[in-house]
Write a protein that binds this ligand. Structure first.
Ligand code: HEC
Length: 147
C-alpha cells in the first residue's frame, strides 16, 4: 500500500511526465520538418480545382482523406487507380457517369475545369498519409482476394 504522501508524489510525478510527453509530441507534430501537406505545391490550378470541389458539392457523394459521403468512390488516390483520362471523362461527360450502375451528376465540365480538378487530385494524392492508404481492413482484404 502506498502512504498518502507516496500516492500524492505518484500522482504528481505521473501527471508531470505525461504532460511533458504531450507537450513534446505536440511540438514534434507541428514542427515544419513534419509538414505533410505539400503546401509548396499549391498552384493556381490546384486552388481552382478545390473551388470546383466545394462549389459542386462533390463531398455530398464522395470522400477525400476519408471525409465526406460514402455513396460514391473515395477519391484521394483516384489518379493512381484510374488515371487522368478516366477522371476527365467522368467530369466532362454530358450524361450522368455510371459505368458501375450508380449515377454521378452530369457536370459537362470544360477541358480547363477538368484539368483543374485533375491538378487538385494530383495534389491531394501526394499528401503524406503516414501509411493510411496501405492499411486495409481484414474484410476488404478478403473481398479483394475473392475477386
Ligand atoms: C450525386 C452524387 C455525386 C456527386 C455530387 C459527384 N459524384 Fe463523382 N461519382 C458518383 C458516382 C456514383 C460515381 C461512380 C459511377 C460509376 O462508376 O458507376 C462517381 C465517379 C466519380 C469519379 C470516378 C471514380 C472512380 O473511381 O471510378 C470521379 C473522378 C468523380 N466521380 C469525381 C467527382 C467530382 C470531382 C465531383 C464534383 C465536381 C463529383 N464526382 C460529384 C457520384 C457523384
Amino acid at each position: 500500500m502506498l502512504s498518502k504522501k507516496q500516492a500524492r508524489n505518484f500522482f504528481l510525478g505521473g501527471t508531470l511526465v505525461t504532460f511533458l510527453v504531450f507537450i513534446g509530441l505536440t511540438i514534434f507534430s507541428l514542427s515544419s520538418a513534419n509538414d505533410q501537406t505539400n503546401e509548396e505545391n499549391l498552384t493556381a490550378e490546384v486552388v481552382r480545382g478545390k473551388e470546383l470541389w466545394e462549389k459542386n458539392n462533390c463531398m455530398g457523394c464522395h470522400s477525400l482523406l476519408g471525409e465526406g459521403a460514402y455513396y460514391a468512390p473515395e477519391l484521394t488516390k483516384v489518379l493512381d487507380r484510374r488515371g487522368a483520362g478516366y477522371v476527365k471523362a467522368a467530369l466532362m461527360s454530358p450524361v450522368p457517369w455510371q459505368p458501375s450502375g450508380r449515377k454521378m451528376v452530369a457536370y459537362n465540365m470544360s477541358d480547363q475545369e477538368a484539368n483543374d480538378m485533375v491538378a487538385f487530385f494530383e495534389w491531394i494524392g501526394e499528401i503524406d498519409l503516414n501509411g493510411f492508404e496501405r492499411i486495409v481492413s481484414p474484410l476488404a482484404k478478403r473481398k479483394a482476394a475473392n475477386n
